[in-house]
Ligand binder design. Sequence first.
Ligand code: COA
Length: 166
Amino acid sequence: MNKQFGINALPDNTLKQIFLRKVEKQDLSAIVTIENQVQITPWSYSVLELSILTDEFYWVAVDQDQNKVVGFLICAIYSPDADLTNFGVACEYQNQGIGSKLLNNLWLYLKSKQIEKVTLEVRVSNSGAIKLYQRNNFVVVGKRKKYYRKNLDNEYEDCLIMTKYF
Ligand SMILES: CC(C)(COP(=O)(O)OP(=O)(O)OC[C@H]1O[C@@H](n2cnc3c(N)ncnc32)[C@H](O)[C@@H]1OP(=O)(O)O)[C@@H](O)C(=O)NCCC(=O)NCCS
């Protein structure tokens, strides 16, 4: 993948200090920290690391002022389909447009690869993410009952399967 793809492709005055780039191995500990902060059942270091080798699209958002990784997005590509498998922005950086910037960068990449649709799974309780996906033209295409563990008390919640068609 072209490492420069997407950088500066989306000039955004409100997010000047945030730039996007392809993941690097040394980003992993920051990504694990974000993952543990934002996910109820976080991926482990080794799973996130394996993704670097196996998933075609693995990008991070970096706060240039702080020299710090503040968000990431992973997408597996099985042309002409893609799966958005993991996506997170550090809590203190949420609701500032960084997630949207990561998504917009992914759309550019998927369109450049003639991908026809991208699918993801999301907890029914994750109303913030669902709203963001709906604004990005994802539609609900299915549901998995009691798919996600909710806590350590053997409680589970449903998963929505959402797809965006290009
Ligand atoms: C889902 C997630 C990645 C979104 O990242 P984010 O950076 O907060 O996303 P954005 O800031 O682009 O968008 C979130 C909201 O902030 C709003 N927003 C965007 N820019 C903004 C700004 N400059 N000022 C205020 N609000 C802004 C967006 O309009 C959006 O509002 P909406 O939900 O009403 O549509 C993040 O919330 C997260 O990490 N959640 C926990 C993990 C998770 O749920 N991952 C997805 C699993 S499927």
